[in-house]
Design a protein around this ligand. Structure first.
Ligand code: NCD
Length: 330
């Protein structure tokens, strides 16, 4: 593994991530990607440590990806799902976290439908003076740091498989299209992509892209542009990230119909003709097939990086667990 000066104890947000931290994550994930291509895909790095996945909200890929990452690092894993837990008997979030602490948990991976829950657990662990690290696996509409880091890694390894690093994205044009308002992925992506010197273009109907998103671009190395039409965002884009319409978070009818949305903002093969010829399409999943992206495009390996994102996720999460956890190995 690369030697690192990593000092961050919790990973809760990318808002204050430094270029050096991004590059350390990319380089470390690259090393784990190599481990994952071997016959024996396991390393003893976190042997004896306990990683608890505290998922208070449903998840397929993020939860499984963290679990597999922890197992590949030889950690012991505990999986919690609120629907089958003592929370149904009235136990609080902090009491749940303290229960896992009492079992010797070293790293808590936390997902919750309310913004700020991972931060509150991290504060409580710090107040108790214990060395437990907290990793935000998605909090409300706020942030999803590991998803944005795996998106960054997916793009950077495509551009340079042997040396993924931040500089590779300088002057690249990236478009994020879809339900930006409700997306924690988009918020974390905005921090990571504008840290690179890339041009980031956000596109959505006005109801899903309020003007205040422009504030995210202030004083960042990369430029941020907002569009309420698709075409200027797609024009000459190198990468297009599509986002799910998050109906469970929509408080009112923000769109006329899914059919109309697909016609205007859905990413299809013909709309990609506006982009650079070798454009690639990403999506964090889960996908509403035929809504934000056409079904055939989603499955077309010439354009789609969706499966690569899932694969990259394991290496990136191994890197994150390693970086915050290896200091604790005795
Ligand atoms: C995202 C999430 O949960 O925020 N998915 C994921 O973690 N891969 C995006 C979504 O739910 O649309």
């Amino acid at each position: 593994m690369p030697s690192t000066n990593w000092t961050r104890h919790h990973i809760l947000s990318l808002a204050d991530f430094t270029p050096a931290e991004y590059d350390t994550v990319l380089q470390t994930a690259g090393s784990f990607q190599e481990v994952l291509s071997r016959r024996t895909k396991k390393v003893p790095t976190l042997q004896g440590q306990v990683v608890a996945n505290l998922f208070f909200e449903p998840s397929t890929r993020t939860r499984s990806s963290f679990e597999l990452a922890a197992k590949r690092l030889s950690a012991d894993t505990l999986n919690f799902a609120s629907a089958t837990s003592s929370m149904t008997k009235g136990e609080t979030i902090l009491d749940t976290a303290k229960t896992y602490l009492a079992m010797g948990t070293d790293i808590m991976v936390v997902r919750h439908k309310e913004a700020g829950v991972p931060h509150v657990i991290a504060q409580e662990m710090d107040r108790l003076g214990v060395k437990v690290s907290v990793l935000n696996a998605g909090d409300g509409q706020h942030e999803h740091p590991s998803q944005a880091l795996l998106d960054l890694f997916t793009i950077c390894t495509l551009l340079d498989p042997d040396h993924p690093h931040l500089e590779l994205l300088k002057d690249k044009k990236i478009a994020i299209v879809g339900d930006i308002l409700h997306s924690r992925v988009a918020r974390s992506n905005i921090w990571s992509f504008t840290a690179t010197g890339a041009e980031l273009h956000l596109a959505a109907p006005p109801t899903l892209l309020p003007k205040l998103f422009a504030d995210y671009g202030k004083d960042r190395p990369g430029k941020l542009f907002l569009h309420w039409q698709l075409e200027p965002a797609l024009q000459d884009a190198d990468f297009v990230m599509t986002l799910r319409l998050q109906k469970e978070r929509m408080s009112a009818n923000l769109l006329p119909s899914l059919r109309e949305y697909h016609q205007i903002f859905g990413i299809t093969r013909s709309k990609l003709q506006l982009c650079k010829p070798n454009v690639k399409v990403l999506h964090p999943g889960p996908v509403n097939r035929g809504v934000e992206i056409s079904s055939d495009l989603m499955d077309d390996p010439e354009f789609s990086l969706i499966q690569t994102q899932v694969t990259s996720g394991v290496a990136v999460r191994m890197a994150l667990l390693y970086l915050i956890g290896s200091g604790k190995v005795t």
